[in-house]
Ligand binder design. Structure first.
Ligand code: IVH
Length: 671
């Protein structure tokens, strides 16, 4: 392929990839499979590798996150990003409507556009000549932080607008996280013993404030666009038409949940409808934004110092309530983590009775300065279990007690220890029944081996009847065993046994996740399954080989190596194998001319860094390993190569110098 051909193909691929990205992330109507998308994407990467000059900031390849920043620069918004006045009651809403009419000197009903008020982080995107140029946070409204590289990683933000775009367009919108994504994200953080976020808004804000865009790229962020800053096209007549224009340019809007209604009565009707539907939405909202729809009237109404006269936030009452912490219980998780959970005097919070709240850890207890017996404010915010947000210290009677840091496990009495850098103490007891219960539940969970029906109740009984000591025992259960359960019938027992049977063939990535190896969440389980292809290979992997994988850090590598080193785990795995548990092998990083081959780099290379060399072979489907074994296909030896080179000679592994390696790469890439 010459440069001209490459350039044409690159343009075609970019257009196609942008389109499929848009169909998937903005319209939610994909036309091709993920693997087809991956194939196009890899082709694009290959062209860019050969012709780096073709890489532009708008290339679909640039979404993965560029170089980390030292700090964020500031951006001055061309037009200030205003905030909104809040109203909380119907009367206040009617009062707002009267003010609007008074100002306009009219008695006629006004057309209002009612939008959902997304509970996320406001941003501005500047498009010049159709290209996404600068993205910033709202900041103080006048200047915000330049978070362009982070925003580029969000798939629903187009890097190029669709045809007929204006020369300059400043789009305003809200970045947010769906509740389901937020919960999965927090679960993964919990597994890694990282602090969890209190709500999706905090998770979103934290994700946008990452200096390393590669981190942001892994966070499930989305955008809804709802406003405009500077703009040099023809102004649409209504706010609704503005949203239509956004949509036609490829920007993501929330028109499905937007209503244009005449008169304030109907605004209140819609508010009440949404208050009822709020719990069923896939994301958090904290009310409506009610805007005068007519853009001319908006201009006529103008703005006060910091808020427009033509719009108002009609807020839902906060999902908070006051209650008392009656007791604090300690919960022991699968990894032995001990978390304090407050038992509350039951209280209703927006239609749901709440009787427990998570206190997270002892740092949080100290921060809140909360005592057993305290009057507190609890809030339901995105998570299923509510949070204690505030202690009402003025209500203390003197009968409150501190919440002691546990010295031992409340379930098995084994010592509990706090490992440096972690926020929770952990039970050190290997045969702790609480840990066993949680690990079986995790093993059987939907994201794990997906054993339908094996929930809390049955796991409890399995343990009470001493039927399981580890997850392998699940595969030895008989109908007779199950008949010892309370209220267990023939059909139920059969269903449960066949669900267990079916789980034997789950894909390797799920099996790895189900094992509950510390720090190996769903994402890493997939990475490991893809890289190693089989449990045996992974079990044999050295610390170095693991570290050679892009996403694996020392903590994960340690944890994996230790897991497979443990006598007890090996025994359990052996028992499962005997019982016929055979996770399906997953395709290695699919295809690629070098797929199945492994490379080890040693010594210093002159023309590229070791990381670049590794990425280069990985792009071609090969694996870059950290240590030399009989299975290594090539060792690339640079200056001062030492023991690995010697080992390669010993084992008769093919050795390449830098020049030979580069030549080989060029040849393979040509193919
Ligand atoms: S319009 C002048 N529309 O609410 C118009 N804002 O308090 C100002 N927000 O900073 C914004 N959803 O972060 C608008 N549909 C929506 C919104 C929305 C959420 C946020 C936005 C803004 C804050 C205003």
């Amino acid at each position: 392929m010459d440069r001209n051909q490459a350039s044409r193909r690159h343009a075609d691929l970019s257009r196609e990839l942008h389109r499929h990205n848009y169909l998937y992330h903005t319209l939610d109507q994909p036309e091709i499979s993920d693997s087809e998308y991956d194939r196009l994407f890899r082709e694009l990467l290959e062209i860019e590798k050969k012709f780096p000059g073709l890489v532009t900031p708008e290339s679909p390849s640039q979404r993965v996150g560029g170089a980390p920043l030292e700090k964020f620069a500031t951006v001055r918004h061309t037009l200030p990003m205003l905030s909104l006045e809040n109203v909380f009651t119907r009367d206040d809403m009617v009062e707002f409507d009267s003010r609007v009419k008074r100002f306009l000197g009219s008695t006629q009903d006004v057309d209002y556009l009612c939008e959902l008020k997304m509970d996320g982080v406001a941003v501005e995107l500047v498009y010049r000549d159709g290209r996404f140029e600068i993205g910033s946070t709202r900041g103080d409204g006048v200047t915000g932080e330049n978070v362009t590289s982070n925003l580029r990683t969000i798939p629903s933000i187009p890097l190029v607008l669709k045809d007929a775009h204006p020369g300059l367009l400043e789009v305003r919108g809200e970045i947010y996280m769906d509740l389901e994504d937020f919960r999965a994200f927090n679960r993964e953080r919990e597994e890694k013993a990282e602090t969890v976020f209190a709500n999706p808004r905090n998770a979103t804000a934290g994700s946008l404030r990452q200096l390393d865009p590669a981190v942001t790229a892994r966070r499930p962020l989305k955008i809804f666009c709802f406003g405009v800053g500077a703009f040099d096209g023809e102004d649409p007549p209504t706010h609704f038409a503005l949203l239509e224009m956004f949509r036609s340019l490829g920007l993501r809007t929330n028109q499905e949940e937007t209503r244009v209604v005449r008169g304030v009565r109907r605004v209140i009707d819609f508010f009440e409808e949404m208050a009822g539907r709020r719990e069923a939405l896939p994301y958090e909202i904290d009310g409506l934004v009610v805007k005068v729809n007519d853009r001319n009237l908006q201009r006529e109404l103008g703005e006060k110092t910091r808020t427009p006269r033509w719009a108002v936030a009609f807020k839902f009452p906060p999902r908070q309530a006051e209650t008392v912490i009656e007791d604090v219980q300690l919960q022991v998780g699968r990894t032995g983590a001990i978390t304090p959970v407050a038992r509350l005097r039951p209280v209703e919070v927006s239609g749901v009775t709440v009787s427990r709240a998570s206190l997270h850890n002892w740092d949080e207890i100290a921060r809140l300065d909360v005592l057993k017996g305290d009057h507190v404010v609890v809030e339901r915010a995105g998570d299923v279990i509510p949070d204690v947000v505030k202690v009402l210290k003025e209500k203390r009677s003197g009968q409150e007690h501190p919440i002691p840091f546990p010295e031992s496990c409340p379930e098995c009495g084994a010592p509990a220890a706090r490992i440096e850098g972690e926020v929770v103490p952990r039970c050190q007891g290997l045969s702790c029944p609480a840990r066993l219960k949680e690990s079986i539940k995790h093993f059987a969970s939907r994201a794990g081996m997906d054993i339908e029906g094996l929930g809390d109740r049955y796991v409890d009984q399995l343990l009470r009847l001493d039927l399981v000591e580890n997850v392998a025992d699940l595969y030895r259960l008989s109908k007779e065993d199950l008949f010892r359960f309370e209220r267990m019938g023939d059909k139920l027992a059969e269903n449960l046994l066949s669900a267990i049977e079916e789980s034997k063939k789950r894909p390797l990535s799920r099996f790895l996740y189900a094992l509950g190896i510390r720090h190996v969440g769903q994402h890493l389980a997939r990475v490991l399954a893809r890289q190693f292809g089989s449990l045996e290979q992974l079990a044999r992997a050295s610390h170095e080989e693991l570290l050679a994988i892009h996403e694996v850090g020392p903590q994960v590598a340690d944890s994996v190596v230790n897991f497979f080193r443990s006598e007890e785990n090996r025994k359990t795995l052996g028992q499962m194998e005997k019982a016929g548990v055979m996770p399906r092998i997953e395709a290695r990083r699919a295809g690629g001319p070098l797929s199945g081959q492994s490379f080890v780099f040693t010594g210093s290379l002159e023309r590229l860094t070791r990381k670049e060399a590794q990425e280069r072979v990985e792009k071609l489907g090969a694996r870059a390993a950290g240590s030399v074994s009989k299975k290594t296909d090539y060792v690339v030896a640079g200056e001062d190569a030492g023991s690995k080179l010697a080992r390669a000679r010993e084992l008769g592994v093919k050795i390449l110098n830098e020049e030979e390696f580069l030549k080989m790469m060029d040849e393979v890439e040509e193919q």
